[in-house]
Design a protein around this ligand. Structure first.
Ligand code: NDP
Ligand code: 8X3
Length: 252
């Protein structure tokens, strides 16, 4: 029987590329995101292109009731999740702390931390009862380094790193692997979202840089989830060649 993976935030970018990689490995996939039409279209594509079963769950990960309702539809067929990819997340704005936009801060905290925790908690229960599972949390270079205008986004990714380490310790007796991937700049919809749909500002982020592609991160995730049972990759920090760290970028 095919194994099952759940990927949050599979309507674009890293989540979408990861879904394709896991579909190629013949995982049946639960994919999530808010944009239902995109999700359903992608679900159909995965079925036809890779011959796998899929379940598309459209919900806002910040909303506990929506998340619970979505997970309650999994039933016997879909509840035994082998791999959980906690990918849904965002940065919103680049305001300095004195110019705080509370709504944006709250959106990042509620999505990147609270949403990740709430969904994981439900899925971990089943993994513990079966004594098997692998959780991969998508963190960031921002989880290691804070940069101007990135305080709260960076705080959320520092939190993801703390949660990853805590999960790894707590789940040690239950044979559950916990990994994280920490990318630098990846050319996805991330910057478009960060700048509220301003395409020009988003393009400027990647100006003169060969940024990472979503497929590069999916490739790393493929490596992480295909290691032998006795090997766990704790974290992978992956940068574009032209980016040394969060603030040192060489632009051609
Ligand atoms: P994208 O904007 O392309 O994808 C983000 C995904 O998250 C979308 O599928 C989106 O789905 C989902 N999402 C966002 N908010 C919610 C929500 N409230 N409820 C449910 N789903 C949500 O960006 P990336 O692929 O780049 O980002 C994926 C992860 O990678 C994020 O955690 C990000 O922080 C991290 N990352 C990104 C980097 C980059 O440079 N791109 C670098 C390092 C880390 P929908 O809009 O349909 O809800
Ligand atoms: C996204 C990369 O450098 O904007 O996590 O924080 S960065």
């Amino acid at each position: 029987m095919n194994k099952i993976a759940l990927i949050t935030g599979a309507t674009s970018g890293i989540g979408m590329a990861t879904a394709k990689v896991l579909a190629k490995l013949k995982y049946n996939l639960i994919i999530t995101g808010r944009r239902k039409e995109r999700l359903d279209q992608f679900s159909n594509l995965l079925q036809s292109e890779f011959g796998i079963h899929t379940k598309a769950l459209a919900f806002d990960i910040r909303n506990e009731e929506e998340t619970t309702a979505a997970l309650n539809t999994l039933g016997e067929k879909w509840s035994k999740i082998d791999i959980l990819i906690n990918n849904a997340g965002l940065a919103s704005g680049t305001e300095t702390v004195d110019q705080a936009d509370w709504t944006k801060w709250k959106q990042m905290i509620d999505t990147n931390i609270t949403g990740l925790l709430f969904l994981s908690k439900e899925i971990i229960k089943e993994m513990v009862s079966r004594k098997q599972g692998h959780i991969v949390n998508i963190s960031s270079i921002a989880g290691i380094q804070t940069y101007p205008g990135g305080s709260v986004y960076s705080a959320t990714k520092h939190a993801v790193n703390a949660i990853t380490k805590g999960m790894r310790i707590d789940l040690l007796p239950h044979n559950i692997k916990v990994s994280s991937v920490s990318p630098g700049m990846v050319d996805t919809e991330f910057s478009l979202v960060r700048f509220g749909g301003d395409q020009e500002k988003a393009n400027n982020v990647y100006n003169g840089v060969d940024a990472l592609l979503a497929e590069d991160i999916a490739d790393a995730i493929e490596y992480i989830v295909t290691r032998p049972a006795h090997v766990n990759i704790n974290d992978m920090l992956i940068m574009p060649t032209q980016q040394a760290d969060a603030t040192n970028i060489y632009r051609k």
